[in-house]
Design a protein around this ligand. Structure first.
Ligand SMILES: *[C@@H]1O[C@H](CO)[C@@H](O)[C@H](O)[C@H]1NC(C)=O
Ligand SMILES: *[C@@H]1O[C@H](CO)[C@@H](O)[C@H](O)[C@H]1NC(C)=O
Ligand SMILES: *[C@@H]1O[C@H](CO)[C@@H](O)[C@H](O)[C@H]1NC(C)=O
Ligand SMILES: *[C@@H]1O[C@H](CO)[C@@H](O)[C@H](O)[C@H]1NC(C)=O
Ligand SMILES: *[C@@H]1O[C@H](CO)[C@@H](O)[C@H](O)[C@H]1NC(C)=O
Length: 392
C-alpha cells in the first residue's frame, strides 16, 4: 500500500512550503483541521531536523484504549512505530532511532499517555482522542488520553513541521475532538475499489483526523420499474462485494475478481486500524437489494425487484444467513444494515429492522445502524431506540 499516499505527502509537503508564510495565525495552526496552538510569549522555534529519536514511554507501550468502535485498537508502541516510519518517509532521514524508554531524552519526540485528562467530547463523554502537544527548545512531547489521541497528535506534529518549514514555534496545543465519530461513506457497491485503494484512503482520512470509514458493500443501479422488464431488472448492474467460499451463500456473489475475500477485508481493516480508522461495513437490505434478488428472485417484491418482499418466509432467514457468514470478519462494535429507501409496507420494514438488529446483537454482540431516509414520524416509531439512525 501507501505508494500513492506517500507520493501525495511529498506533494503536500511541497505545496505547504510554497503557500504558507506562517504556520500559526493567532492561537491556531492553520492546517486541516485547524488546531489550537499557543506559541510561547518568548517566541523562538524548534528545528525539527534536530530530532534524533522517537521515544515511546515504556510504561505505556502495550496500552490500548477499548472505548472506540474498533475491536483491534492499536497499542502506543504500534502507533509510535508507524509515526516513526512516516517521519523517515516524509523527510527521508536515515539517522533517527525508535526506542522505548521511561523518560524523554534531549531532541526526541516523546510519546506518552495521561490517565486523568479532564477533556470531554461535545456530548460530555471523556474524550479518549484528546492529546497535548508541547514543543520546547529541548524537543517535543505528545501526551494522549489514549494511544489514538497520541496518534492524532503525531498528525498535528507532521502538519506543524510541514507548515512551519521545519522551524516549529515553541508552544503548546491542547486538541480535543468534539465528535467521537468523524468520517465518510464510500459506495463500494456500485463501483469496485481494490482493497489497496481502501487502505490508502484510510491513510488520507487519518491525516485529516477522520476515524470512521463507512463502507457500503452492496447495491444496484437504479431499478426504473416504469421502463425495465423483469428480465432487465434481473440483469441490471448489482453487486455484493464480499466473497465467501461458504456453500450457504454460493451464487450470491458472481464476481470474485471485484470482491473482498476475507484476507482482503482483514488487510484493509488492519491497515485502516493502524492509522486510527475503523471500517463500519454495510450490507444493504431490504431496499437496494437487487444483488440478493438476482440470487433468489423469489424474494423480490413483484412491484420493484430491488426491494425484498419481507413477508416472504425465506427473506429474513436469507438475510440472517448472509450476516452470519460475514459477521466474524468485522472487527468493529457496530455494523450497518442499510434499511434505506424502502417503499414497501412500513410494518414489514419495522419488523425487518428490529428482527435483524436483535439477531446481529445476539450473534455478533454488535450494535446496529440504519440509514435515516425518513424523518421520525408515528409510523416509524417502532424502530427500537437502541438502533442508531444515520441521517443524510
Ligand atoms: C541526521 O542526518 C541529517 C542529514 O541526513 C543531518 O543533517 C543531521 O545532522 C543528522 N543528525 C544526527 C543526529 O546525526
Ligand atoms: C492558550 O491560551 C489561552 C488564552 O490565554 C488559554 O485559555 C489556553 O488555556 C491556552 N492553551 C494552552 C494549551 O496552553
Ligand atoms: C473482472 O472481470 C471482468 C470480466 O472478465 C472484467 O471486465 C473486469 O475488468 C475485471 N475486473 C478487474 C478489477 O480486474
Ligand atoms: C410476497 O410474498 C408473499 C409470500 O410468498 C406473497 O404471497 C406475496 O404475493 C408477495 N408480495 C409481493 C408484492 O411480491
Ligand atoms: C433493544 O431494544 C428492544 C426494544 O426495546 C429490546 O427488546 C432489546 O432487548 C434491546 N436490546 C438491547 C441489547 O438493549
Amino acid at each position: 500500500m501507501a505508494f500513492f499516499y506517500l507520493a501525495w505527502l511529498y506533494t503536500l509537503a511541497t505545496l505547504y512550503t510554497v503557500v504558507s508564510s506562517t504556520a500559526i495565525v493567532g492561537s491556531r495552526v492553520i492546517g486541516i483541521p485547524t488546531i489550537p496552538y499557543n506559541a510561547s510569549d518568548g517566541g523562538g522555534t524548534y528545528t525539527f531536523s534536530n530530532i534524533k529519536s522517537v521515544i515511546v514511554d515504556e510504561a505505556y507501550t502495550g496500552w490500548v484504549d477499548n472505548t472506540g468502535e474498533t475491536l483491534i485498537p492499536r497499542t502506543l508502541h504500534q502507533f509510535g512505530g508507524l509515526f516513526f516510519s512516516d517521519i523517515l518517509t516524509i523527510w527521508q532521514v536515515q539517522n533517527l532511532s525508535q526506542i522505548d524508554a521511561a523518560a524523554p531524552e534531549p531532541h526526541c519526540v516523546f510519546l506518552t499517555i495521561s490517565e486523568n485528562y479532564p477533556y470531554k467530547y461535545a456530548n460530555g463523554e471523556p474524550a479518549a482522542e484528546a492529546y497535548e502537544l508541547e514543543v520546547t527548545t529541548e524537543g517535543i512531547t505528545i501526551r494522549g488520553a489514549s494511544p489514538l489521541g497520541v496518534w492524532w497528535g503525531t498528525r498535528s506534529l507532521i502538519h506543524l513541521a510541514l507548515l512551519s518549514r521545519g522551524n516549529i514555534p515553541i508552544g503548546k496545543s491542547v486538541d480535543v475532538p468534539g465528535w467521537k465519530i468523524r468520517g465518510m461513506m464510500l459506495d463500494a457497491g456500485r463501483h469496485y475499489y481494490p482493497s489497496e485503494f481502501i487502505s490508502d484512503l484510510c491513510a488520507y482520512m487519518s491525516f485529516f483526523k477522520q476515524n470512521t470509514l463507512h463502507l457500503h458493500l452492496s447495491d444496484n443501479l437504479y431499478n426504473n420499474v416504469k421502463l425495465y422488464s423483469r428480465e432487465q431488472s434481473l440483469s441490471l448492474y448489482a453487486r455484493f462485494r464480499l466473497w465467501s467460499d461458504s456453500s450457504l451463500v454460493s451464487g450470491l456473489n458472481k464476481f470474485k475478481n471485484e470482491s473482498y475475500t476475507e484476507e482482503d477485508y482483514n488487510s484493509m481493516q488492519l491497515a485502516c486500524a493502524s492509522r486510527g480508522v475503523t471500517i463500519i461495513p454495510e450490507i444493504e437490505a431490504p431496499g437496494h437489494a437487487l444483488p440478493i434478488v438476482q440470487w433468489k428472485p423469489e424474494l423480490g417484491l413483484s412491484s420493484d425487484l430491488s426491494l425484498l418482499n419481507i413477508s416472504h418466509p425465506e427473506t429474513i432467514p436469507t438475510m440472517k444467513t448472509i450476516w452470519v457468514t460475514f459477521l466474524g470478519w468485522f472487527a468493529t462494535k457496530t455494523v450497518h444494515i442499510g434499511a434505506d429507501e424502502y417503499t414497501g409496507d412500513v410494518g414489514d420494514y419495522n419488523h425487518f429492522v428490529n428482527e435483524m438488529a436483535d439477531f446481529i446483537r445476539a450473534h455478533g454482540s454488535k450494535d446496529v445502524r440504519i440509514w435515516g431516509t425518513f424523518p421520525p414520524k408515528p409510523d416509524y416509531q417502532n424502530i427500537d431506540q437502541n438502533v442508531s439512525i444515520q441521517h443524510y
